[in-house]
Every structure is written in structure tokens, then in C-alpha cells.
Write a protein that binds this ligand. Sequence first.
Ligand SMILES: *Cc1c(COP(=O)(O)O)cnc(C)c1O
Length: 389
Amino acid sequence: MNDQTLPFLPFALPEIGEEEINEVVDTLRSGWVTTGPKARKFEQAFAEFLGEPQTECIAVNSATAGLHLALEALGIGPGDEVITTTHTFTATAEVVRYLGADVVLVDIDPATLNIDPKLVEAAITPRTRAIVPVHYAGLAVDMLAILDIARRHGLRVVEDAAHALPTTLERELIGNMGSDATVFSFYANKTMTTGEGGMLVTRNAELAKRARVMRLHGMNRDAFDRFTAKVPSWYYEIVAPGFKYNLTDIAAALGLHQLKRLNGFQARREQIAQAYNEAFADLSLILPPQPPEGDVHSWHLYVLRLDDTLEMDRDVFIEQMFARGIGCSVHYIPLHLHPYWRDRYGLRPEQFPHSQKAYERMVSIPLYTAMSDAQVQRVIDAVRGIVLG
Ligand SMILES: *Cc1c(COP(=O)(O)O)cnc(C)c1O
């Protein structure tokens, strides 16, 4: 094996083309580098991508910001509880704490690794106000079940769709499920990127209005509005103590072109995922769950789990991948294991047996559009070599 002579294959890399670079340069030369015409164009293009009328798209500087704005606009605050999955990134839950509300973590369905709707319903108390499902790895949550629970109990639903672009459920894109809001991420390693960025999507006009104001300091008009209106005006009013969550035009310039390439990106991700599925079918591995027939998985992540019949520690597996020059990761260290969440809510691993078990045996292997076929084969050879010893 001469893997040592090959350059290190990172776990994730963005794919930025000449169109993106030229658009950024154009923005830099234009004189308008913060939120302006390109951010607005990006919002419009995103609404067109989703293809539903009345969709409001609000560009923000991260998905974390979008989740915060959505929950703030829904009036979540002290004394309230918000239910989400323990098997996620801390951003999903931390925004609830920003607002002084409490997080109620529940376990996952071991088949899908998504939040288990039955456990959501069991966790509802008189203080529960909202549910935040996460479309883990890019596989849609059973939104029909979540929305049904929300309807029956009078709860709000904000989808953490950081992984789910483009993902479908019953042939409808995530973003069009009919929840109160859906939030996408354009962080560097997501399925499309603006470096840092996110999109808050809603069909609730009141929520959209509040989020737009709170996105920029609680101002009732942003700078682009004020200086480009027919009668330019320096005047604005502060109507709330807002945040600084606007997306710059430099970032939006990237987003405009990444969005155009998104379906192509998904096709390549799908191709790599299928190559992995075929190559690993005979190994002592639990392969990622497949989407329902006819639906799209974004394949943001390809998460393998070592089967119990394989007597190998997960950490050793990852070390051996690194020894072969291949970066891997783990998604996620469940929230119940992190000191902050564990200590604040007195959480124990036994409360989350499926997340805990999955965490101990899981590894995310490289899957991104910039990988060549040879690099995909290199990952396949490494995984097969390690598992077959
Ligand atoms: C990446 C991610 C976020 C945060 O996205 P940012 O754009 O970095 O704020 C939130 N939730 C999940 C599940 C993520 O993977």
C-alpha cells in the first residue's frame, strides 16, 4: 500500500468555481459589499428554487442566526420548553437558551438517526411551545408525524434544515413542509456554501417581518432600502433591540452560483453515496438509511456504523483511516454528553440509548463533489482494507 505517498484527503472541501469567483470580484468592484442587491437577488433565487408562492426567504449570516430569529419571532422565551434531538450540533439547541427558554432533548429512531416522533409526543409538557426537528445527514424527518403532533398540541415547528438542501419528503422539498419556519446553512462544509451564511424560509408574513427587523439591529429599514429608495432617506427607527445577522453581498455572490449548481452537486453526492453503498454491502457495517422510494437525500453526510459483529473500536477505525491519509469525522457527539447540556439538565446516557449506541459506533467518511472517482475509490479501498483486516 503506497497511500503514504498520496496527499491527505480532507473530510470535506467546498467546490468553488470561476462563476463564484467572478461574482465576488464583481461585488468587490461594485462598491456595495454589505447586504444589498446581491443578497436580495439571492433571496429571490432561493424562493424560486423552492418554487412555492408566498415563500419568504431571509438571508442571514448563519443557520444559527436563522434558528435564533425564527424562535424569537415566534415569541419563545423564559418558562418555555423546546423539544429537539440530542443527536445534533449544539447550534440547534443553543438558540433556545439565548432566548432564556429550556431545551428538552429526546432520543433518535435508530433506523433513521432522526428524532423519534413518539418520543417527542411523550416529552410534551404544559410548558412546551415548539419542536425543532433536524433532517440528520440530509434524510428527511417524518414531518407528517411531527406536524400532526404540533397541530394536536398547539406547538410551533422550526426545522433545522442545515443538512437538507436539497432533500424531499413525499416529493416535496424541505422548506415547503408547512412548518412555521425552515432554516438552511451555507457553512463551508454544507451542500452549498457562502463561506458562512444561512437562509430562513417561512410562509408566515408576520414571522418574516419580525425576523427581517431583528436581523439588522431592530431597524425598520435597512441601509440598502434607505439609500436606494426613490426618495433617499437617512431616517430609520429602532423598534427592538435586534441582532447583527445580515448576509453580506460578498457571501450572497457565492450563493447565487452555488444555488445554480445545487442539483448538479446533489447528483454527484448521490453517485458517490451509491458507490459506497455497493462497495460496503458485504461488510460488517450498518450503512446509512436510504430515502423513501422516489425521494431525494441530500447526502450531506455519509455515516457508517460499525456492526457489533466487527470487533473494532470506532476510534481505532478512524485512526486507521487517518493512517491511510483520509480524514473522517463523527456526527455528532450527542448533546447529552457535552458538559453544558449534561450538567444543566442532569442528563445520563441511559436516557438516550439509541443516540448513545449510534455515537459509539459511527464514523462519517468523506463525501463531497470535489472528490475525484480515484479519491472515492481510495476511500472504498481504505474502508474495505480496515474492516476486512
Ligand atoms: C451546520 C449546522 C448548524 C449551524 O449552521 P451555521 O450556518 O454554521 O450556523 C445547525 N444545525 C446543524 C444540524 C448543523 O449541521
